[in-house]
Design a protein around this ligand. Structure first.
Ligand code: ASP
Length: 301
């Protein structure tokens, strides 16, 4: 099997444009036939220290579709609750003989720190605190490419809690290398700090204006669990100004698409009838997530 020469994947910035296109091409192959035996006799361990539905289940299904054996540690009943560190947990799971460890963790950079050790297994991120979520960015960009044929020149609006979102950050890192015009929309307090803003990206607090000419609107959940104690936000005000309701969804053209990584808070960042709108790719993103994670497990390692 032709790999892309990357042993661990924890940051989308590790991947070149060509690596990303190779991952998309592999996902296309799995779209035709998703079953393969390339991971026969391999073991994939899932260690998810933060909640997950889609990422965890799709890594598990992806690994099984490739013939791997999968173990998913139940963190809530594991020795983490007896005070074991992440490093010790990983070392002990690795000592049992695993080939891939998929980790989601709430301490920024912890996954990268483990990946940078000289391990005899691969580490793949399932989400790093508020920092990075590379497999999500890949499946999102893949969904856009499938619909439009190419990412080049697309007008992509990302609306929501940009500040605390690993999905936003990894999407931005990926999309800006593909000639995408990016507009980030949020209340001022949920936008990146002014000193961290980039010239090639537009930042605005006005969703209605940003929607004119948008090819893609990606809504993001308000990540209350990452708010510091002194952080305040009026959800009522947020809903009024930033919820993608039917009237706002009608601003974008018929060929434009609506995305959301899930979980969705209906009526907060997006209305129920918009989730079910024909422009919505939200369920297709989830299906593409399996294909992309199969491609990652096939090409990284
Ligand atoms: N599921 C995504 C994540 O893990 C988005 C979210 O939680 O809002 O980052």
């Amino acid at each position: 099997m032709q790999m892309i020469g990357i042993k661990n994947l924890y940051d989308i910035k590790q991947l070149t444009k060509q690596n990303i296109l190779d991952i998309f091409a592999k996902a296309d192959e799995y779209n035709i036939n998703r079953h393969s035996n390339i991971l026969n006799n391999k073991i994939v361990a899932n260690l998810f220290f933060e909640n997950s539905t889609r990422t965890l289940a799709s890594f598990e299904i992806a690994a099984k579709n490739l013939g791997a054996n999968v173990i998913t540690l139940n963190i809530a009943t594991s020795s983490v609750n007896k005070g074991e560190t992440l490093q010790d947990t990983v070392d002990n799971i690795a000592a049992m003989g695993v080939d891939y460890i998929i980790i989601r963790h709430g301490v920024a950079g912890a996954i990268a720190d483990i990946a940078k050790q000289n391990n005899n297994y691969s580490i793949i991120s399932g989400g790093d605190c508020a920092n990075q979520h590379p497999s999500q960015a890949l499946l999102d960009a893949y969904t856009m490419q499938k619909h439009f044929g190419s990412l080049q020149g697309l007008n992509v609006v990302i609306c929501g809690d940009i500040l605390h979102s690993r999905v936003a950050k990894s999407n931005i890192d990926l999309l800006k290398n593909f000639g995408v015009n990016l507009t980030l929309v949020a209340p001022e307090v949920l936008l990146p700090p002014v000193q961290a803003r980039e010239d090639i990206i537009k930042y605005t607090t006005h969703l209605d204006d940003a929607l004119f000419g948008a090819d893609v609107v990606m809504c993001l959940r308000v990540q209350k669990e990452r708010f510091s104690d002194d952080f305040t936000l009026s959800i009522e005000d947020y809903k009024a100004k930033f919820c993608l309701n039917k009237a706002r969804a009608n601003i974008i053209s018929a060929n434009s698409i609506i995305m959301h990584p899930g979980p969705v808070n209906r009526g907060v960042e997006i209305d129920s009838d918009v989730i079910e709108d024909k422009k919505s790719k939200i369920i297709e993103q989830v299906s593409n997530g399996v294909l992309i994670r199969q491609a990652i497990l096939s090409l990284v390692g």
